[in-house]
Design a binder for this molecule. Structure first.
Ligand code: AMP
Ligand code: ZN
Ligand code: FE
Ligand code: FE
Length: 282
């Protein structure tokens, strides 16, 4: 089983990179990637823990970019020590710091009182993400689940006014490629585009240097997966897949490797991508 989309405590996940590797081993995962939001801080730890357990490892990142709309671009096989990538991540963390106070003020206008210390305690060394706020709000009893926090406050149109600036898709893809990586469009389903609109977006991204598309994902139906595989074929894109695991406290319904139940990606499903990412498999 393969899982190329995993978050750790280095962004908004619940478990450290080493803990994730141990859980992956227990779940029967043979090849994994760590893809934290806007950060490569967990890659080195993840690699040594995974390799010690005999798990094939791919370095990764997930960058939020914005053109007409927000997209997530995964970067695989990046050199996590690349200087331009590192400075971009430092800038992302700074912008998240600015947004953190804006979110605190925004929530306060809705009667939800959260202190900087409360979210910092959940984020630890990582830059603060919306899921840390969702957890804090759940723990303090303002909502009954992280999902409700997104539905009511963090994922609403009104929240857009609080958002941080994001790089363009072209910029995100360039930084990934200059760090030796391959840029992959994450979870196309979440874009909620019809066939024509998705085709035209993918076409534009391909001209910007996109190299792959995440066809296998926890919430993709068989029909949707087939639709994305056709698109990959049409544009010569690598096919990847993963669960987007964050840990039960963050995304209760998403399990490592299995996603929402039956993901179970086999190495042969994404063989071309694995060989481009430099992972050996049988
Ligand atoms: P951030 O990068 O801090 O803005 O947070 C983005 C992350 O929040 C996503 O990658 C998801 O993990 C999570 N997220 C976004 N929207 C939702 C939602 N509607 N429900 C639950 N989690 C969400
Ligand atoms: Zn996340
Ligand atoms: Fe994402
Ligand atoms: Fe993700």
């Amino acid at each position: 089983m393969v899982d190329l989309h995993i978050h750790t405590t280095r962004s908004d996940g619940q478990y450290t990179p080493a803990e994730v590797a141990a859980l992956a081993h227990r779940a029967g995962i043979e090849i994994m990637a760590i893809t934290d939001h806007d950060s490569v801080a967990g890659v080195a730890e993840g690699r040594s823990a995974a390799e010690a357990l005999g798990i094939g490892f791919v370095s990764g990142i997930e960058i939020s970019v914005r053109g007409n709309r927000e997209l997530h671009i995964l970067g695989y096989r990046i050199d996590e020590r690349d200087a331009a990538l590192e400075s971009m991540c430092i800038e992302f963390a700074r912008l998240r710091g600015v947004r953190q106070q804006r979110i605190i003020d925004y929530l306060a206008t809705h009667g939800v009182i959260i202190s900087p210390a409360q979210v910092r305690a959940l984020a630890g060394d990582a830059a603060v993400g919306r899921p840390h706020f969702a957890r804090a709000m759940t723990e303090l009893g303002y909502v009954s689940s992280p999902r409700e926090a997104f539905d009511k406050y963090l994922g609403t149109p009104e929240f857009d006014a609080v958002e941080r600036p994001k790089p363009t898709p072209q910029h995100g893809i360039d930084v990934i490629r200059r760090a030796g990586g391959i840029a992959v469009l994450a979870h196309p389903k979440l874009l909620k585009l019809d066939d024509t609109a998705l085709d035209s977006l993918v076409k534009t991204l391909v001209s910007s240097g996109l190299g792959g598309i995440e066809c296998y994902y926890g919430t993709h139906s068989e029909y949707e997966t087939a639709r994305y595989l056709t698109l990959a074929e049409k544009y010569g894109l690598l096919v990847t897949g993963g669960s987007d695991f964050h840990g039960e406290a963050v995304k209760p319904d998403v399990a490592l490797g299995a996603g929402c139940g039956s993901l179970n990606i086999k190495p042969s499903d994404i063989a071309a991508a694995l060989s481009r990412f430099g992972v050996a498999f049988t």
